[in-house]
Ligand binder design. Structure first.
Ligand code: SAM
Ligand code: FES
Length: 351
């Protein structure tokens, strides 16, 4: 019985491969609702009905990589490239602070233009001006020493999705110079340095099998991250995956519910991609067990250029509009936005 498996997952925070597969393959609306209700209960116990906000600053769309799924891959000649200057990033932080953000997520393509010195200097300046804020980096694969220098400069968290934990699947999504083993090496390095670490994967990416998703869950269990970001794969018209179909709302929500039971204490975002495939996607993500949203804080002029996939939402809005839109959306479903760094709360998490 599916319900027993959900109960067991809540109890043990883990299932066997076979059990996970059964849970995944034989889902139904009834079992989803049951899963979501337990996920909400667990989240409520640890985080109450607070939803944490992160101000997402997309500071460069230059990227040296060529991931087959991504709209800002280097081979996409149609992408209009931009880089934000330090002052532009700092003024986004200032606007964000006024709006109640206490975490800045600095995200970008893998852009060699920003050397370690630049990143470290930027981090210290933000920390100096906004000492009650957390800084999350999301700038891809770097060396141990680089990660260490950012941490020492004051970065608190790092987001690096593993994308897929299957070697074979990884190679179908990336050119051969990118490897799953280096991606994992980065994640372990980040953990050992002391970052709050976020990993995650795309749901419904091309060639993904249910078995691959189980591998993702088992890898995450091994990693014990503080944050797990998942969202549906959505095709981008100028990539090799232009004509592939998007991941579904149902499967993404189902996996959010499963992740909440596996990681009761984790910070789980209800992502922009989820909001892109369904107008109420982000609300549904919260109701499935997520507890973080990441409104866009990038300057409006560059928003539409950070186009990872087609039809990305919020590309025409000002930071304040997104911020208040999100508050209305969360209030409507009975949740409150917290003006708080929103750090990981306790629980087991070991290196
Ligand atoms: N370059 C950094 C990195 O690779 O971690 C951060 C930026 S990268 C664009 C952020 C995330 O966007 C990736 O981890 C990937 O999961 C997601 N992404 C890229 N293309 C996508 C697509 N077509 N659909 C859904 N998510 C996508
Ligand atoms: Fe950006 Fe609603 S969150 S407009």
């Amino acid at each position: 019985e599916q319900k027993l498996l959900v109960n067991k997952l809540k109890q043990d925070n883990l299932l066997s491969k076979e059990e996970f597969l059964t849970l995944l393959k034989q889902s139904s609306e009834e079992i989803s609702e049951y899963l979501f209700s337990l996920a909400r209960e667990v989240r409520q116990k640890i985080y109450g009905n607070s939803v944490y906000i992160r101000g997402l600053i997309e500071f460069t769309n230059f990227c040296k990589n060529d991931c087959f799924y991504c709209g800002i891959r280097k081979s996409n000649a149609n992408a209009e490239r931009y880089r934000l200057l330090e002052d532009e990033i700092l003024s986004a932080c200032e606007i964000g602070y006024e709006l109640g953000f206490r975490t800045y997520v600095l995200q970008g393509g893998e852009d060699g233009y920003y050397k370690d010195d630049f990143i470290c200097n930027l981090i210290s300046r933000i920390k100096r001006d906004y000492s009650d804020c957390a800084i999350t980096l999301s700038i891809g694969e770097r060396s141990y020493d680089s990660y260490l220098s950012y941490y020492q400069a004051g970065a608190d968290r790092y987001l690096l999705r593993h994308e897929t934990a299957s070697e074979e699947h990884y190679q179908k999504l990336h050119p051969s110079n990118l490897t799953l083993s280096n991606r994992k090496r980065c994640l372990w390095d980040l953990k050992s340095i002391g970052y709050q670490v976020g990993s995650g994967f795309m749901v419904g990416s091309p060639y993904q099998k249910p078995e691959n998703l189980i591998e993702d869950l088992l890898f995450l269990h091994e990693l014990q991250p503080h944050m797990v970001g998942i969202g549906p794969f959505i095709p981008h018209k100028d990539t090799p995956f232009a004509s592939e179909s998007a991941g579904t709302l149902e499967l993404t929500l189902y996996l959010i519910g499963i992740l909440r039971l596996m990681f009761p204490n984790a910070l789980l975002p209800s992502t922009t991609a989820l909001g892109t495939i369904h107008p109420l996607g982000r609300e549904k993500g919260i109701l499935a067990g997520a507890n973080v949203v990441m409104p866009n804080l990038s300057p409006r002029e560059v928003r539409s250029k950070y186009m990872l996939y087609d039809n990305k939402i919020c590309t025409g809005d000002e930071a304040a509009e997104c911020r208040f839109c999100m508050e209305r959306r969360m209030n409507k479903i009975g949740y409150e936005i917290a003006v708080d760094r929103g750090d990981y709360k306790g629980g087991k998490c070991y290196v």
